[in-house]
Design a protein around this ligand. Structure first.
Ligand code: 13P
Length: 262
C-alpha cells in the first residue's frame, strides 16, 4: 500500500468519446454512483478529461451541483491567443474552471507529431494559465526492446519539465504505449520501476519537495481488476484511465480501489 501523503488521483481520459449531452448524462451518473458509495474525495481525487466541446456543459454541471469531481482539457495550445486555427488556449480552459490539462499524450505524439520540445512549451503554457499539467510519457514496444524500460520516459520527462515553473504543481503520467488500449497492462512491478525512475527527475529539476509531493500516475489498460496492484506500489499515486473511464461501473470501482485492496 502506498503510505505517502500524496493524495491519489484517479483520472478518466475520455479521448474522442461522448458529445456534450452524453457527457452530462455520464457525469451525473458517475457522481451519483460515487455519492451512493460515500466516496471520500479527500482520500482519492477524481478528475475527468472530456473533449473540448463538452467542457462548458461539464463546468455548468460541476459548479451548479457542487461536484467535487475535477476536470480538465485533453490538450492545449502552446500559444496564448492568435491566428492558430483549431487550437485552444490555456486561458480558455482556465476561464472555464478547468484545473488540469493533459499534455503530450502518446496519441498526440503519434498522430500529431508532438515533440518533447512542444510538450515543454505546452507545460509552460499550462503553468502560465494556472493549470496543472498532466505530463504523459511512455515508451513504445520498440523503445522497450532497444533502450529498456525507463530510458525513454525519463528523457521525455526531463525535456518536458524544462517548461515547468518552479514551485508550481505538475502531475506525471507514465503510459507505456504498448499498454494503451491493448488490454495488456504493465505489471505493477513494471509500473513501479518506471515511476520510481521518474520521481528523481522531478526532484532534480523542480526540487526535493516537488519530487516528494508530485503524483506519478500509471496509465495503460487499467481496470477494476488490476488497479489495486498498481496502487500498492510506493511510487504509483493514481491512474490515467482510458477505455474503462467510459464504463460507469468500472470507473467507479477503480476510483474506489481502496475498498477492494487485498
Ligand atoms: P486505456 O486505459 O484505454 O488503455 O488508455 C490509457 C490512456 O491512454 C489514458 O490516457
Amino acid at each position: 500500500m502506498n503510505t505517502t501523503t500524496r493524495r491519489p488521483l484517479i483520472a478518466g481520459n475520455w479521448k474522442m468519446n461522448l458529445d456534450h449531452l452524453q457527457s452530462i448524462a455520464f457525469l451525473q451518473k458517475l457522481e451519483w454512483a460515487l455519492k451512493d458509495a460515500n466516496h471520500d474525495y479527500g482520500a482519492v481525487e477524481v478528475a475527468v478529461f472530456p473533449p473540448f466541446t463538452d467542457l462548458r456543459s461539464v463546468q455548468t454541471l460541476v459548479s451548479a451541483d457542487k461536484y467535487e469531481i475535477a476536470f480538465g482539457g485533453q490538450d492545449l495550445s502552446a500559444h496564448d491567443s492568435g491566428a492558430y486555427t483549431g487550437e485552444i488556449s490555456g486561458a480558455f480552459l482556465s476561464a472555464l474552471g478547468a484545473g488540469y490539462v493533459i499534455i503530450g499524450h502518446s496519441e498526440r505524439r503519434q498522430y500529431h507529431g508532438e515533440t518533447d520540445e512542444l510538450v515543454a512549451a505546452k507545460v509552460a503554457a499550462a503553468h502560465k494559465h494556472g493549470l496543472v499539467p498532466v505530463i504523459c510519457v511512455g515508451e513504445t514496444a520498440e523503445d522497450l526492446e532497444e533502450h529498456g524500460p525507463s530510458a525513454v520516459p525519463v528523457a521525455q520527462l526531463r525535456t518536458a519539465l524544462g517548461g515547468a515553473e518552479q514551485g508550481k504543481e505538475v502531475v506525471v503520467a507514465y503510459e507505456p504505449v504498448w499498454a494503451i488500449g491493448s488490454g495488456q497492462a504493465a505489471t505493477a512491478e513494471q509500473a513501479e520501476q518506471v515511476c520510481a525512475a521518474l520521481r528523481p527527475v522531478v526532484a532534480e529539476l523542480l526540487g526535493e519537495e516537488a519530487g516528494e509531493s508530485t503524483r506519478v500516475l500509471y496509465g495503460g489498460s487499467v481496470k477494476s481488476g488490476n488497479i489495486a496492484g498498481f496502487m500498492r506500489q510506493p511510487n504509483v499515486d493514481g491512474a490515467l484511465v482510458g477505455g474503462a473511464s467510459l464504463q460507469l461501473e468500472e470507473f467507479s470501482a477503480i476510483v474506489r480501489y481502496q475498498k477492494h485492496v487485498v
